[in-house]
Design a protein around this ligand. Structure first.
Ligand code: KG4
Ligand code: ZN
Length: 359
């Protein structure tokens, strides 16, 4: 086993500033999972809520305020200093350009000041590898269902950096379908978790909503039409009840539409994941990204996969949404696998659009 290496990871692609310290051992076997020493997160969600969504310029400015205090916090918690850091990793993309530039700029400045190498990480690779930090880490190969606010993809994963795209959303992401439907229901941003909570006591069969591309014969998704169907249904309900807003409806009706919406999204995600497992013949599924926190999705995947002797792995709940730990981890796993070297030239670019399978 090689020397231990300390990776500082910075995530700033959207509305969460995350920083983490991970320790790895380059040259170690692929099975050896790097160790998370500490991580800290600041969520800007409250700031953006007044606008009903993320305001990119405000996001960038807030990342600037948070990133160094978070780095200090993380180093302090692990009882390390900046001089102990061997590599500085940051999210290079995809994400909001201005927000990405903050993390990249700070990481490269730190690297230059410390004369330590830097490494740009793909945000989705971070999500995809995040279940390795759970108490039940997966093993390669596996099928990954990546379900975040901006992406819905099924990938075949044969190892670190070996990602083949099996299918993806041709329009809205699953998280977007949750968030946009939630907005129609008068819920705050990001509405996914709030919609899930409203759905808890609702009847998922109350309203027949479309399951887009369920029988398309391929592994692609489409969620834009669902949002329109939810809009039409909610307008009908409001008109029939003679009220002004969705939130003026009896709570039971609100719960039923939330439950029906969640059921439509979850059914498509579950069926397509099962189809991907069947197509690849793999017996392991990894679920990652913010929507992976959804309990209905977890329950149904667990039940369906148990019947087929398929193992399902999730990140710890608090690592489902954006965080620095997954960025430090992805960098550490890349370094450990020898797949990538950190570099000591500090000119950087960011990639707001960056397909994972082109990595
Ligand atoms: O991965 P993530 O933090 O950010 C992106 O990289 O996009 O995912 C955020 C998305 C949001 O759309 C949010 O509403 C959704 O994940 N989300 C959920 C739940 N928790 C987060 N959607 C449904 N149910 C949840 N429990
Ligand atoms: Zn994300």
């Amino acid at each position: 086993m090689g020397e231990k290496m300390l990776v500082l990871g910075i995530e700033s692609s959207c509305d969460e500033t995350g920083v983490a310290l991970v320790q790895c051992a380059p040259g170690a076997s692929a099975e050896q999972v790097p160790e998370l020493l500490s991580h800290a997160l600041y969520s800007q969600i409250e700031m953006h809520q007044a606008f009903g969504g993320v305001v990119p310029e405000l996001a960038s400015r807030d990342h600037i305020r948070r990133v160094l205090p978070l780095a200090r916090e993380v180093l302090g918690a692990a009882q390390r200093t900046l001089q102990d850091v061997d590599v500085v990793a940051y999210t290079r993309g995809p994400g909001l350009a201005g927000a990405l530039l903050v993390g990249a700029g700070v990481a490269c400045a730190l690297g230059a000041a410390l004369a330590k190498p830097v490494l740009g990480v793909h945000h989705l690779e971070g999500h995809l590898l995040s279940p390795f930090l759970s108490s039940d880490p997966p093993q390669f190969p596996f099928v990954a269902l990546l379900v975040s606010g901006g992406h819905t993809q099924l990938m075949r994963v044969d190892g670190v950096g070996a990602y083949a795209l099996l299918g993806e959303s041709i329009d809205d992401a699953a998280g977007e379908a949750f968030d946009k439907s939630a907005k129609l229901m008068g819920l705050a941003y990001p509405g996914g978790p709030l919609l899930a909570r409203l759905a808890e006591q609702g009847d998922p069969k109350a309203y027949a909503l479309p399951r887009p591309l369920l029988h398309s014969g391929n592994l692609d998704f489409s969620f834009a039409g669902l949002k329109t169907a939810v809009l039409v249904q909610s307008q009908k309900m409001v008109a029939a009840a003679g009220v002004d807003t969705f939130q003026a409806l009896p709570l039971e009706k609100q719960r039923d539409l939330a439950a029906s919406t969640q059921a439509a999204i979850v059914e498509v995600l579950v069926k397509k994941s099962l189809a991907a497992l069947k197509e690849t013949g793999l017996k392991r599924l990894v679920v990652a990204g913010g929507v992976g926190a959804n309990q209905q999705l977890r329950q149904q995947l667990n039940a369906q996969c148990a019947q087929r002797a398929i193992r399902v792995h999730y990140p710890e709940l608090h690592l489902c949404t954006d965080n620095g730990a997954m960025i430090a981890l992805a960098a550490a796993m890349r370094l450990q696998s020898g797949r990538q070297q950190a570099v000591t030239h500090y000119a950087f670019d960011v990639k707001p659009r960056w397909p994972l399978n082109l990595l």
